[in-house]
Structure formats: structure tokens, C-alpha cells
Design a protein around this ligand. Structure first.
Ligand SMILES: Nc1nc2c(ncn2[C@@H]2O[C@H](COP(=O)(O)OP(=O)(O)OP(=O)(O)O)[C@@H](O)[C@H]2O)c(=O)[nH]1
Ligand SMILES: [Mg+2]
Length: 363
């Protein structure tokens, strides 16, 4: 999962990035430089893997991973600069966006708009995403219209469908509906995928609050329901979380307990991301590797197999599945089989969180 952190200038993006990635073994690039793009990866904590590790003694245990990207200052983004800049690729290839929304007060850090107003800023950022898509689709529509007459008659119907789809998405955006909330047929969706639209991606709002301040809830912000529908949310103080991320784990836990701070930012943001994207983890086990894979909940088994290896989709025969809790209760695959808990499932089986899956494939 690739999450790109965006937000108005000086909203706390780099501070949040530090809070999310620092102290994690494989974080990289959190140099604090304001002009560079920062990349960092965080392993998704999963106690089930630890337990499976004890049983299988694999050579390695591989948790699912969330990768974060922090874009430098203005690129990360404001309409004046547009988002057609250097970082467009990073934005387009994101699985989802975290939008950092400033809610902290500080005389030392002036807000670019003069006042602290989370509702206004969240709306502006969501608006940016739709606005960027409108620009892309307007250009696409013009281009398709120009090409139409130069196209062989046989290819015209396909091109006309393309233009219709583009114009439909445009009209939706003009009515204030992000692409992810618009209704399309599968073939329309396939056409739109080519444009890598930003408002098609899921969004998690991270409200960067003053220390000890109450959580902010989108529902309380009086924003357009269509614009914010399905947007995930987390309230944290990025600065304090960044400081805690730099301490060793024990010290940080003590500090959290003393000051009545909740769950660390990393786990809150990961959970909000899983919830917002509807992700689940399925598990694979063996002597070589015990591993978690994150996929959209309900993904057909044949597609989940393809996440492990593209060849597995073609060669899929069936999936042997046991729920982690069942496995945990009965203690072994052999026992699970005896008790009928280890099932044989076909291509369309919808994958559930915690499924331990052995794919039988023809390669
Ligand atoms: N008081 C307070 N200051 C904060 C908080 N989070 C960030 N800051 C400060 O706000 C300033 C900007 O924070 P950054 O994390 O650099 O913000 P940014 O969004 O990455 O900024 P640009 O990349 O320049 O757009 C820094 O001086 C931070 O120390 C917070 O929760 N409380
Ligand atoms: Mg920054």
C-alpha cells in the first residue's frame, strides 16, 4: 500500500511522516530536508504472524507493509502551483492519500491563510484533487474530439464511448462529486483507470491538533456530505507523536501512559487506512516464510493468488483455507483438516481477514 501525504504548506506533513516512519527499522530518508521527497516503509503490526512464527519456525516472517511518501512544501499542494509538477507520478501511483489538516495553533508557524480552520482546509484539499482531475478530463475530452474525425470509422464507436465516459466523470466532478463516489459500469471504470484520477483514490484526513486538544470529527465540521463521504479520519498531535517516535519504545509507552495519550499515530493511521480502503490481511505459512498480504476484503481467491505471483492467477486450481482463529484453536493443519475446518475453496471464494491460505496452482 502506497500512501502519499499531502496537505497545505506548513500543515505538519513532514512532522507526521516522521511520526509514522521514524524508529521503524526500515524507514529511510527522514532527513528533515524540506525540499526533498521522503520515502519510508512501515510494517503492519500483526500478532498472528508472531504466533505462526512460533509454530513454523520459518526462515523469515514478512509482515504487510505500508509505504509513505512525503512531498516537499508547495508541491504537496496548493492550486497556484497545481499538481502537474514534478510529483505528479507519485500522486498518481498512490493507493490512497493522507491529507494533513492543520488544527494546531502556533504564533511561530503562521498559517498561509492567516487563520486555523480545519473545515476550510480539508475542503480546499479535497477540492484540489477534484480540480486536478477536471483539468485532466477536459484536456482528454478535447483531444478525443479532435482525434475522432481522423480515426478509422471502425474505431470510432470505441472512441465515442471513451469520450462519453470522460464527459460523464467531468459532469460529476462539476457537480461536486469526487470520481470515487460516482457510479460507473465496469467498462467505464476501465476507461477511467487510464487517467489515474486523483479523486478516485481513497483519502484519510489526519487532523493535526494541539497537544491535549479534543479530537476533531469530520461529521462536526459542517462540510458537504458528498465531498467527505467515505473519507477516513484520525486526530493526533503530529509534533508530540514525532517526538515519541524518536524515543525508545519503553520510554514512549511510559510517556503515553503518564500523559493519557492513546494509541501511537502509526497504528491509528494504519488502522484508518485499512478501514477506509476496506483492506484485510490473508496469511501464508511454510517453513520458508510466514507472511501477511493486504488485499481488499472479499477479493476473489484467484485474484488474491495473483497478488502473490501473477502466474498464480492463470494456474489457479483451488485454495485450501482455514481461518486463523480456527487454526489457533486446533493447533495444526492436520488437526484442522480432521475437524473439517480446513476447507477447499474455488476461484470466486471471497478472501476474509485472517484466512490462512495455501494456493494449489499449476505452474
Ligand atoms: N505547535 C505545533 N507545531 C507543529 C505541529 N506540527 C508541526 N508543527 C510545526 O509546524 C511547522 C511545519 O511543520 P512541517 O511538518 O514541516 O509541515 P509541512 O506540511 O511538512 O510543511 P511544508 O513541507 O513546508 O509544506 C514546523 O515548524 C513544525 O514544528 C503541531 O502539532 N503543533
Ligand atoms: Mg514538509
Amino acid at each position: 500500500m502506497d500512501i502519499v501525504i499531502i496537505g497545505l504548506p506548513q500543515s505538519g506533513k513532514t512532522t507526521l511522516f516522521t511520526a509514522l516512519t521514524l524508529g521503524k527499522s526500515d524507514a529511510s530518508g527522514a532527513s528533515g530536508s524540506p525540499t526533498e521527497m521522503h520515502l519510508g516503509a512501515v510494517k503492519v503490526p500483526d500478532q498472528r504472524l508472531d504466533h505462526l512464527g512460533v509454530i513454523y519456525h520459518p526462515r523469515k516472517i514478512v509482515p504487510a507493509e505500508v509505504r509513505y511518501t512525503d512531498l516537499p512544501g508547495p508541491e504537496g499542494m496548493a492550486r497556484s502551483q497545481g499538481i502537474s509538477g514534478r510529483y505528479r507520478n507519485a500522486l498518481q501511483s498512490a493507493t490512497a492519500f493522507v491529507i494533513v489538516v492543520r488544527a494546531f495553533h502556533s504564533d511561530a508557524v503562521p498559517h498561509p491563510s492567516g487563520t486555523v480552520d480545519p473545515a476550510r482546509d480539508l475542503e480546499a484539499m479535497l477540492g484540489e484533487l477534484s480540480f486536478a482531475d477536471l483539468e485532466v478530463l477536459e484536456r482528454a475530452s478535447t483531444r478525443l474530439a479532435e482525434q475522432f474525425n481522423k480515426t478509422k470509422p471502425a474505431d470510432r464507436p470505441a472512441m465515442a464511448r471513451q469520450k462519453e465516459t470522460v464527459d460523464k466523470a467531468r459532469a460529476g466532478l462539476e457537480n461536486g462529486i469526487p470520481v470515487r463516489r460516482q457510479t460507473f459500469t465496469d467498462s467505464e471504470r476501465a476507461i477511467l483507470l487510464n487517467y489515474q484520477l486523483l479523486s478516485d483514490k481513497n483519502v484519510i484526513a489526519v487532523f493535526n491538533t494541539d497537544e491535549g486538544a479534543d479530537d476533531i470529527r469530520i461529521a462536526d465540521l459542517d462540510l458537504d456530505a458528498e465531498l467527505t463521504a467515505g473519507v477516513g479520519e484520525v486526530s493526533i498531535s503530529a509534533r508530540i507523536e514525532a517526538e515519541l517516535a524518536m524515543m525508545d519504545a519503553e520510554e514512549a509507552d511510559e510517556f503515553r501512559a503518564d500523559f493519557g495519550l492513546g494509541e501511537p499515530a502509526t497504528s491509528q493511521v494504519i488502522r484508518a487506512s485499512y478501514d477506509t480502503l476496506g483492506l484485510v490481511s490473508f496469511l501464508t505459512v511454510g517453513d520458508d516464510e510466514v507472511r501477511a498480504w493486504s488485499v481488499p476484503g472479499g477479493m476473489p481467491a484467484v485474484n488474491a493468488a495473483g497478488v502473490i505471483h501473477t502466474d498464480f492467477t492463470r494456474g489457479f486450481i483451488r485454495a485450501e483455507v482455514i481461518a486463523y482463529d480456527d487454526f489457533h484453536a486446533c493447533g495444526s493443519m492436520a488437526q484442522g483438516r480432521k475437524e473439517g475446518l480446513l476447507r477447499s475453496e474455488g476461484k470466486t471464494y471471497p478472501v476474509q481477514d485472517g484466512d490462512i491460505i495455501n494456493f494449489l496452482v499449476n505452474t
